[in-house]
Design a protein around this ligand. Structure first.
Ligand SMILES: *Cc1c(COP(=O)(O)O)cnc(C)c1O
Length: 494
C-alpha cells in the first residue's frame, strides 16, 4: 500500500473545533512579549513577529474608502497568521470556502519602493504600468505620491481617472490601439500616446490630430523574462520613414520611448537602449522635430535596481548631457508591487507521485518528487505568472499540524505542488522541498506575488479569485503611507 495512505490522520485546520482552533494557533497575547521565533524555510523571510493585532480590532476609522476593504495596520506576517486562525473559525462554523487562499498586501512596501525610486532616479518621473497590478489601493497610493500612469486600454484609463488623476498624468503607452480607444482617450483629455507603425499615424490623424505622439523604438530585449520586442517597437532603420510620414500628416511627435523587456536581468540593456534613443533623437532633428520627452519604459527589477539605476544615470549623462529642455519618464510596473503582495494557500489534497512509473511512494533520494501536494491556488488563478510571466515560485510553511511554531529540524522531502483545477498544466512548482510531516489543512506561503498575478487570474473551473487583506505594515514607511492616503481621501472628500 502506498505510504501516504497509511500515514496518520491529517490534523488540519478543517478538523478543529472553535475552542481548539484558538488553542492550536497560539498567539502572543501581550504586545510586550519577546518576539516569537517563527522558523521559516527556504525563503529567508524575516523571522520576528512581535505585535499580534486581532483582525479588525484596531482603529482604522481614519482611512475609509467606500467599496474597498479596510486598511489595517501591523506586520504582514501577523495578518498571514490571522488568516489561518480566521479560516479555522470559519471551518468550525461550517462556512463554505473556509480554507480559501488569501493575499496580504503591505502598502508600505509600495511606499518604500517609491522612496527608493526618488532617491536613485530623481530625474526620472515614474508612470506606473497599470497592467502589472491595477489594485485600487495601489493606484490610490501611487496617485497620492504623485506618480503618473501608463495605461494600455480604455478600461485602464477610466480606472485611473476614477482615482482622481488628471489626464495629463497618463500616457497611453500601447503602440497599437483601436480607433475608438484613441477617440475615447481624446475625449477624456489623454493626449500623450505611443506609436510604432504608419497605420497608427493615419488612425491618430483621423481620431485625434492634436495628439502628442511618442515613437516607441525597438531595442535589445534578449536579457529579459518577457521579450516585448517580438510584438512592439520600430526598428531604428524605419524611424526616418515614420517621422517623415508623421510630418506629412501634420502630427506632433514629442519624443522617444522603449521597453527593454519585462523582468530585465541585465542592466546593460538600458545603456544600449539609451544609445538607440539618442540616435532616434538625432533622426528626429533631421526630420524637423525637436524632441522633449524620453521615456525609458519598464523592466526594472527589485533585486538589481541599484545597479540598473547606476547604468541608466550614466548612460543618460553620456548621451543626453544637456537636459534643460528634456523631460524623462519611465513606466515601471513590477518594481513597485512585486514584493508588496504575499499569498497564503491551503493544502487541500495530497497523494503519491503519479507518473505511471510506480504505485509506491519511494524514497528515491533528493532528485525526484515523491509526494504531490494540491493547493487552492493555481496557474489558472494568481499563479498565471508561471505561464505568462515565466516565474518560478517556492513556498515556505506558514502553519503545520495546527501550529505556527515550526522547529526547523523537520525532515524535508522532495515534492511537487499543484493547483486545484482539473487540468494537468496546473502545476505550481514541479520540484521543491518541504517538511515530510506536511498534511492536508496545512498552510503554505508564497512571497513576491504582487506583479502579473491577480490581474490575470481567471475563475476557470469555478475557483474564485483569492481575496486580499490590506495593511500598511508596522515598519519603515507605514505611518507615511497612512498619512499620504489619508490626505488624498480628505482632499477627494473636500
Ligand atoms: C508591461 C509594460 C510596462 C511594465 O513593465 P515592467 O517590467 O512591469 O516594469 C511598461 N511599459 C509598457 C509599454 C508595458 O507594456
Amino acid at each position: 500500500m502506498p505510504e501516504l495512505d497509511i500515514l496518520p490522520t491529517p490534523r488540519g485546520v478543517d478538523m478543529v473545533s472553535p475552542s481548539r482552533a484558538s488553542r492550536l494557533f497560539h498567539r502572543s497575547s501581550s504586545q510586550t512579549s519577546p518576539p516569537t521565533q517563527h522558523k521559516t524555510l527556504f525563503s529567508g523571510r524575516p523571522s520576528s513577529v512581535q505585535v499580534d493585532i486581532p483582525h479588525g480590532a484596531d482603529d482604522d476609522s481614519d482611512i475609509i474608502i467606500p467599496d474597498l476593504p479596510p486598511l489595517l495596520r501591523g506586520h504582514p506576517d501577523v495578518h498571514l497568521r490571522n488568516g489561518v486562525i480566521r479560516s479555522a473559525r470559519l471551518a468550525a462554523a461550517g462556512e463554505s470556502d473556509a480554507e480559501s487562499a488569501y493575499f496580504v498586501a503591505d502598502l508600505s512596501q509600495v511606499y518604500r519602493q517609491h522612496d527608493r525610486w526618488k532617491r536613485l532616479l530623481p530625474e526620472i518621473e515614474p508612470f506606473y504600468a497599470v497592467k502589472c497590478n491595477p489594485d485600487p489601493y495601489v493606484l490610490r497610493l501611487l496617485a497620492a505620491l504623485g506618480t503618473g500612469f501608463d495605461c494600455a486600454s480604455h478600461g485602464e484609463i477610466s480606472q485611473v481617472l476614477r482615482t482622481d488623476v488628471c489626464p495629463d498624468r497618463i500616457i497611453f503607452a500601447n503602440p497599437c490601439k483601436a480607433v475608438s480607444f484613441i477617440k475615447n482617450a481624446a475625449r477624456s483629455g489623454v493626449n500623450v500616446m505611443t506609436f510604432d507603425n504608419a497605420d497608427e499615424l493615419y488612425k491618430v490623424a483621423r481620431a485625434n490630430p492634436s495628439a502628442q505622439l511618442v515613437l516607441r523604438i525597438l531595442t535589445d530585449d534578449s536579457k529579459s523574462l518577457c521579450r516585448l520586442g517580438l510584438k512592439f517597437g520600430a526598428p531604428l532603420v524605419t524611424v526616418p520613414g515614420l517621422l517623415a510620414k508623421a510630418r506629412e500628416l501634420r502630427l506632433t511627435v514629442i519624443g522617444i520611448s522603449f521597453h527593454v523587456g519585462s523582468g530585465c536581468y541585465d542592466s546593460s540593456a538600458f545603456a544600449d537602449a539609451i544609445g538607440c534613443a539618442r540616435t532616434a533623437f538625432d533622426m528626429g532633428l533631421a526630420a524637423g522635430y525637436e524632441f522633449t520627452l524620453l521615456d525609458v519604459g519598464g523592466g526594472f527589477e527589485d533585486a538589481t535596481f541599484e545597479e540598473t539605476a547606476d547604468v541608466l544615470r550614466n548612460a543618460i549623462d553620456l548621451h543626453f548631457p544637456d537636459r534643460t529642455r528634456l523631460r524623462i519618464i519611465a513606466e515601471p510596473g513590477r518594481f513597485f508591487v512585486a514584493r508588496a503582495f504575499t499569498l497564503a494557500t491551503n493544502i487541500i489534497a495530497r497523494r503519491a507521485r503519479s507518473d505511471g512509473a510506480t504505485t509506491e511512494v519511494q524514497d528515491e533520494g533528493d532528485d525526484q518528487p515523491s509526494v504531490m501536494y494540491y493547493i487552492n491556488e493555481g496557474v489558472y488563478g494568481s499563479f498565471n505568472c508561471i505561464l505568462f510571466d515565466h516565474q518560478e515560485v517556492h513556498p515556505y510553511v506558514l502553519s503545520m499540524n495546527g501550529s505556527f511554531h515550526l522547529v526547523g529540524t523537520e525532515d524535508l522531502r522532495t515534492c511537487s505542488i499543484w493547483g486545484p483545477t482539473c487540468d494537468s498544466v496546473d502545476c505550481v512548482c514541479p520540484m521543491t522541498k518541504l517538511p515530510a510531516e506536511l498534511r492536508v489543512g496545512d498552510w503554505l506561503v508564497f512571497n513576491n506575488m504582487g506583479a502579473y498575478t491577480i490581474c490575470a487570474a481567471s475563475q476557470f473551473n469555478g475557483f474564485a479569485v483569492s481575496p486580499i487583506t490590506y495593511t500598511t505594515g508596522d515598519g519603515l514607511g507605514s505611518q507615511e503611507t497612512r498619512r499620504v492616503l489619508k490626505s488624498a481621501v480628505n482632499a477627494a472628500n473636500a
